[in-house]
Write a protein that binds this ligand. Structure first.
Ligand SMILES: O=C(O)[C@H](O)[C@@H](O)[C@H](O)[C@H](O)COP(=O)(O)O
Length: 291
């Protein structure tokens, strides 16, 4: 299996020759993360995105995994504020495609957003649900201006053509959100307009982030983020805390505009460093208790 892979700091990018190879790479990464988490903490707390990931996970990735789904808890990186039987409901689509297909993966595996509330209330309600799964018993209070964030074992993120991820869109005020775990958005440029979304501080706290992107259609935005280092939401995914691994699994078509020479990833380093120097808000609090 020939593929190109590059790594700088905690960001690795693998470009497989074919979609099938990229799927195998994605499945291997996900199986590994689940194994590490379940071995260490007897649970696997994962956040999933909507869009094309749903079908890929259900039909191509989860069937490949050797894992105990009884230990999984599936949260939503974002959710559209529509009824669960609406064709645009992320949870509704996951339920339809996953329930009854994988032993141990039941309705109780999911932690859905309460879409019967207003979008503002749904964000607050989801954050309080998260706090019950990610309790913090801290010895000392945090310094003023710092907040605690949940540490997901894994977040599966998508990437839109404008560089958005979750429901964090370029130029949107939510790009600057530094304290909420879950935020409401009422003007999503990607319909439907009303959603709740995890915020950047939560993404940056995860133990690892995996992206699976294939096809020519993703090549331009990947180039803008990985090569041109445009400060789009997808770029901020790379600037996580040091103890978070970011893994981009691409096929040749999606990675077709990434230079093949080895040293291009080193060019990413100064950009990552410069952004973090300017925005140290996501520093891990040393008293954080590891899960
Ligand atoms: O619910 C959503 O809309 C997603 O969470 C969103 O962030 C998605 O991941 C991207 O828009 C990519 O979507 P595709 O994978 O379908 O291109």
């Amino acid at each position: 299996m020939s593929e190109k892979s590059f790594k700088v700091r905690n960001v690795s990018i693998s470009v497989a020759d074919t979609v099938d190879e990229a799927k195998t790479n994605f499945a291997n990464s996900l199986e590994h993360q689940a194994k590490v988490s379940i071995t260490a903490r007897n649970q696997f707390l994962i956040g999933v995105s909507g869009g094309s990931l749903i079908k890929t996970l259900a039909e191509e990735i989860l069937p490949k995994l050797r894992t105990d789904f009884n230990k999984w808890k599936i949260f939503f990186c974002d959710e559209r504020m529509v009824p669960f039987d609406h064709p645009e409901s992320t949870y509704g689509l996951y339920k339809e495609k996953l329930l009854g297909k994988f032993p141990g993966l039941t309705e109780e595996t999911f932690v859905p957003v309460n879409i019967s509330l207003s979008v503002e209330e749904a964000a607050k309600d989801y954050e309080s649900k998260l706090r019950s799964y990610f309790p913090h018993e801290y010895k000392d209070p945090l310094p003023a201006g710092q907040a605690h964030f949940p540490r997901f074992d894994c977040l599966l993120l998508g990437l839109g053509p404008d560089g958005h991820t979750c429901s964090l869109f370029p130029g949107h005020p939510l790009m600057k959100e530094k304290t909420l775990w879950v935020a409401p958005i009422k003007d999503s440029p990607k319909p439907p307009p009303e959603r709740v979304t995890l915020t950047f501080p939560v993404l940056h706290k995860a133990r690892n982030i995996i992206l699976f992107l294939t096809g020519e259609g993703k090549a331009d935005i990947i180039k803008r983020i990985i090569v041109d280092c445009e400060k789009l939401p997808g770029f901020f995914i790379n600037t996580t805390e040091p103890n978070c691994d970011v893994i981009w699994h691409l096929d040749a078509a999606a990675g077709s505009k990434i230079p093949r020479q080895k040293n291009f990833m080193e060019s990413l380093e100064p950009e990552l460093k410069e952004w973090e120097d300017r925005t140290p808000v996501f520093q891990a609090d040393s008293k954080d208790i590891a899960y």
